[in-house]
Design a binder for this molecule. Structure first.
Ligand code: FE
Ligand code: CA
Length: 520
């Protein structure tokens, strides 16, 4: 058996983690074109390193993305400077056909709280370079962190102009991606109709996706976007998934079409494998047949602890047939668990005062939200977000209060709206005491241009704990110091044509001693 030299130096146990055994059959021919069409990415920074990622795809939309069905050796470099004059680490990795020719390298042994640049090389071709910052050392004093939040990027609904702006934000430490990185829909499924014909900004390739190859091709299409690549090249992503990485509103082993669980689990596994292959995540998130460990913690010195949740894989089914069975009053919104028992206990155990701030980074709206319109007399709550899982929300609020925490910020997505508000201690007292503040980030493109919300006054009147509700596309920026948390709400004037203009709609500040929003 052939072992590569670096692997021998590292020893057998690290070998499996970092490089794996060298394949017996390595590709030695020429690739069919430039292999780095999907860009590069980094993720999950720790004080000593991070993951760097690429996926070789000379012909992104072709079968196998135009790659030979053999392993290909790829080299990588980490430098302390943009020009790669001071290379501090380098090595070899394998892009394997089993993993869609993706490459994940977990780099360690680096210095905390500083920028690094990385790139890959294969058969004489050089990838673009990405920049990534290591996290501060454990417990270290941190002056400031800047974390972007983004998600919901339906290819057909709009351009990714928001990412172009996010990529230019100065001093980005990381980007939390809350999910809906891809959508599973068939071509033209959700586009507005003109003369009864759907008209998309740009079309999905292919039918609804079920097989591993079709998920891979969908990621390849999305990842070919230069604005999305620019965002990845600018900062580490903290990646999770919501429903559309698999199927709309899936819940554990249940989809919304009533598919037998033993059939759905195969689709879910294909989707999770493709998610792993395409995201800059660590080996701990490697897909397994029956489940996957997607929840995890990331610490930024003594300033910020991020609890990254998985609200899909372990939840109980939505109530009222995903809200389709009416009436479905709030007292029926009692689906038992959003996180599953193990993750719930893990979150409870990890919520504490280790850091100045706790960020619960997750997918769906946590605060209660009555969506009723002016003429409606009955309350109207979602069933797919925490409103459908009231017992689970009550337990989480109880956990925050038991730990006597006033420094919890919740980040969420899914709604395709910007939302700033707070999670009340009791559902019955929406203007009473708050357990945490919540910032829900609007979509990058899903829903198209957006604009004024009809009846927004009714929504805000019925939800006094909600301060801002906006239907434009964009992202949010968390600017965090020990004294205050500031959130900028960034919106685009339009996304259905290129060249959209960005503005800051509003800014909010929070102090760690009280879960209350202030205009900033
Ligand atoms: Fe979405
Ligand atoms: Ca969703």
């Amino acid at each position: 058996m052939h072992l590569d030299r670096r692997a021998l130096v590292l020893g057998a146990s690290q070998l499996v983690l970092l490089a794996g055994l060298a394949p017996q059959r390595l590709w030695a021919g020429q690739l069919q074109g430039y292999p780095f069409t999907l860009g590069v990415a980094s993720g999950d920074p720790w004080p000593d390193g991070f993951v760097i990622w690429t996926r070789l795809a000379p012909k992104p939309l072709d079968p196998g993305s135009g790659m030979p069905m053999q392993a290909v050796q790829v080299s990588w470099e980490i430098a302390e400077d943009e020009g790669f004059a001071r290379i501090v680490q380098s090595g070899e990795a394998f892009a394997r056909p089993e993993l869609g020719h993706s490459v994940h390298v977990e780099v360690g042994g680096l210095r905390p709280a500083r920028p690094y640049w990385y790139r890959f090389k294969v058969s004489g071709e050089l990838s673009p370079a990405g920049m990534v910052r290591t996290a501060p050392a454990a417990g270290a004093r941190v002056d400031r962190l800047r974390i972007g939040v983004a998600g919901c990027q339906h290819w057909e609904n709009g351009f990714y102009t928001a990412y172009q702006y996010l990529a230019q934000e100065p001093d980005l430490d990381a980007v939390f991606h809350y999910g809906d990185y891809i959508y599973e829909h068939w071509s033209q499924r959700v586009c507005p109709k003109v003369d009864k014909q759907p008209v998309c900004v740009r079309d999905h390739v292919g039918d609804e996706i079920y097989s591993l190859d079709s998920y891979r091709r969908r990621y390849a299409q999305y990842k070919s976007d230069p604005d999305l690549q620019a965002a990845h090249h600018a900062a580490a992503f903290l990646s999770t998934f919501d429903d559309h990485e698999v199927d709309n509103n899936w819940a554990n082993l249940i989809d919304e079409k009533g598919t037998p669980p033993e059939a759905f689990v195969l689709r879910r596994f294909a989707a999770m494998q493709a998610w792993y292959e395409n995201m800059p995540v660590r080996k701990a998130q490697f897909p397994r047949m029956q489940d996957m460990l997607a929840y995890r913690r990331l610490d930024y010195g003594g300033l910020l602890r991020i609890h990254l949740l998985d609200t899909r894989s372990h939840r109980t089914d939505q109530v009222c047939m995903d809200g389709k069975r009416k009436p479905c009053p709030p007292d029926m919104h009692v689906s038992r668990t959003m996180l599953g028992d193990a993750q719930e206990a893990w979150l409870d155990q990890g919520l504490g005062r280790e850091a100045r701030w706790n960020l619960i980074a997750q997918q769906v709206l946590m605060a209660p939200f009555d969506r009723r319109k002016a003429e409606e007399t009955l309350a109207n709550h979602g069933t797919d977000n925490w409103d459908g899982y009231r017992p689970a929300r009550a337990r989480l609020v109880d956990s925050i209060r038991r730990h006597r925490l006033t420094n919890v910020v919740v980040a969420s997505g899914d709604y395709h709206k910007h939302f700033a508000g707070a999670v009340p201690v009791r559902d019955e007292a929406l203007d009473g005491e708050m357990a945490a503040v919540e910032f829900l980030t609007s979509s990058i493109s899903t829903g198209g241009n957006g604009g004024p919300v009809a009846g927004v006054d009714t929504l805000l009147a019925n939800n006094p704990h909600v301060t801002l509700f906006n239907n434009q596309r964009g992202y949010q920026l968390f600017d965090v110091t020990a004294e205050r948390w500031k959130t900028d709400i960034k919106v685009l004037d339009q996304v259905e044509e290129r060249g959209g203009k960005l503005s800051t709609l509003a800014s909010f500040a929070v102090t760690p001693d009280r879960a209350t929003l202030h205009r900033a």
